[in-house]
Design a protein around this ligand. Structure first.
Ligand code: NAD
Length: 509
């Protein structure tokens, strides 16, 4: 990793234009992607695609679609397997880019690259499974049920899993035979470009994937509203996701299909700590879940619900464990808390912390002062005695801010845990089989973890995604995911021939 960081460093500051139809497309304007650990450092100058370029990308994807749709699924899957292979070879280098561009500590950056590899392998294999038509033949009749791609898919990704999420949504679209336009988040554009490099290096045909960096608010509407777009795969915030869902429902002139929108959104995830929980495990699990990648994971724990009898001991230990975390630039091997993503996030989280002082008792406030001129650092903060209805306990913060809530008993804990509009991840630390069984039944979230941290879902092993306001769509890395990118068709043929087919060419016998 040291070597990779050193090798990538001199490459910072290059330009990354859009790539449409396999060709780079210069833009009139650019924007800079900065290193959040050292904000003076420009990681890349990114092409700021215009609305016109967004339309061109859609036109190119539409043209490329029929041939790609008719390409053998095994061949399509093979591109993914080769991409996985290439990413394995470039594993440290790709992680190094994430350390610089997204302020991801080394281990987390590596995990993101590993997840990208897993998506390629898993979706490749899933496509092979889905490629065999289901047959229900009876004498005289053949019935075949099979899947076809939808068309042009617009992929809009967040920055927090800068390669994995972009890679997962795009490879799912492409392996099923759709053509895709990748719109990376502004803050992780260079990593998006690196993923595009991988796709190009394995020889994915030009029109199949376009790389379209730009500002969401500028090119987003052109992409979402276009009548030639069949589907939008979005992961990001609730506000943008709901907007996309609404816009996708609108039928525009010339549009002959109903658009499909997938939206994987946020969470307000809770961990319940039971009276008989193993405190060593619970403290460690909560700290890792709440402050890993500075709380900037959709799966992060932002509420911890403590049963009355363990409340004070747990809070005291939680505070001490949090104090031991090292705030440092992401490239520092000892970094456990790096920077937040950008100036906006920095300001927003600090303002939330100020406002939260009226909603709870601040029991721990870390200090990020020593790094304040270097980058966008926010140290962990813990608030106790937070009311379940307070905005601190209801709204996603996406930063290192943890709310501690008291519960009288398990009923009360479950009521609090389920009492938000989100349902993404959740957890329980307990040694009581009865309580574990009950929480499994009654804590209604997409991914529930017992006696472990609630972040770090693995592709295939823990398919990931939620419901309620946490999103619509089937779990990423799960057995139903690819089905969202295809249309099922059935063909029935009557094979009973009645007499001979007339030979219209023959005039005499
Ligand atoms: P965001 O919604 O601000 O941005 C996501 C993407 O949407 C970016 O590419 C952005 O450019 C684009 N965008 C913004 N406005 C747009 C518009 N009007 N039209 C089209 N596109 C537009 O989210 P973010 O800050 O990048 O990511 C953080 C959020 O993502 C958090 O809420 C987090 O919980 C969520 N998230 C969810 C999951 C999940 O799997 N459920 C995973 C990761 C992140």
């Amino acid at each position: 990793m040291d070597n990779a960081l050193a090798q990538v460093m001199p490459q910072l500051g290059r330009t990354y234009p859009p790539i449409v139809n396999g060709q780079t497309a210069p833009t009139a304007a650019t924007f800079d992607s900065l290193n959040p650990s050292h904000r003076q450092q420009i990681v890349g100058r990114c092409g700021r695609a215009s609305v016109e370029q967004a339309r061109e990308a859609i036109a190119a994807a539409k043209t490329a679609f029929p041939a790609w749709r008719d390409t053998d699924p095994a061949k399509r899957a093979d591109y993914l397997f080769r991409a996985a292979q290439l990413m394995r070879r470039r594993r440290f280098e790709l992680a190094a880019w994430q350390v610089y561009e997204c302020g991801k500590p080394r281990r987390e950056a590596d995990a993101d690259v590993a997840e990208s590899i897993d998506y390629c392998e898993f979706y490749g294999r899933e496509m092979l499974r889905l490629a065999t038509p289901r047959r229900r033949d009876v004498p005289g009749e053949e019935n075949s049920y099979f899947y076809e791609p939808r068309g042009v898919v617009v992929v809009i990704a967040p920055w927090n899993f800068p390669m994995a999420i972009l890679c997962g949504m795009t490879t799912a679209a492409v392996v099923t035979g759709n053509t895709a336009i990748m719109k990376p988040a502004e803050q992780s554009t260079v990593i998006g470009a690196k993923l595009m490099e991988v796709f190009q290096e394995v020889g994915l045909p030009g029109g199949v994937v376009a790389f379209l960096p730009g500002i969401g608010e500028e090119i987003g509407p052109a992409l979402i509203e276009h009548s030639d777009v069949a589907m939008i795969a979005f992961t990001g915030s609730r506000g943008v996701g709901l907007h996309i869902n609404r816009e996708a429902a609108e039928v525009r002139p010339g549009q002959q299909h109903i658009k499909r929108a997938l939206a994987e959104l946020g969470g307000k995830n809770a961990i319940i700590v039971d009276e008989d929980a193993d405190m060593d495990e619970a403290v460690q699990g909560v700290v890792a879940s709440a402050f890993g990648y500075v709380g900037q994971k959709c799966s992060a724990c932002s509420r911890v619900i403590l049963l009355e009898s363990v409340h004070d001991t747990f809070v005291a230990r939680l505070v001490e464990a949090t104090r031991s975390l090292k705030l440092a630039p992401a490239e520092d091997p000892g970094c456990s808390v790096g920077p937040v993503i950008d100036a906006d996030a920095h300001q927003r989280i600090l303002a939330t912390i100020e406002k939260s002082k009226g909603e709870g008792r601040l029991v721990y406030a870390g200090d990020a002062d020593s790094l304040k001129d270097e980058g966008y650092y926010v140290a962990p903060h813990i608030f106790a005695d937070v009311s379940p209805s307070a905005s601190l306990a209801q709204e996603e913060i996406f930063g290192p801010v943890l709310a501690v809530l008291r519960a009288r008993d398990l009923d009360h804990a479950l009521e609090i845990a389920n009492g938000t509009s989100y349902a993404l991840t959740g957890g329980l630390f307990s040694r009581s089989p009865e309580h574990i069984a009950r929480v499994k039944r009654e804590f209604r979230v997409g991914n529930l973890y017992i006696n472990r941290k609630i972040t770090g879902a693995l592709v295939d092993r823990q398919p990931f995604g939620g419901f309620k306001m946490s999103g619509i769509g089937s779990k990423a890395g799960g057995p139903d995911y690819l089905l969202q990118f295809v249309l099922p068709r059935t063909i029935t043929e009557n094979t009973l021939r009645r007499g001979f087919a007339p030979d219209v060419g023959a005039t005499e016998l």
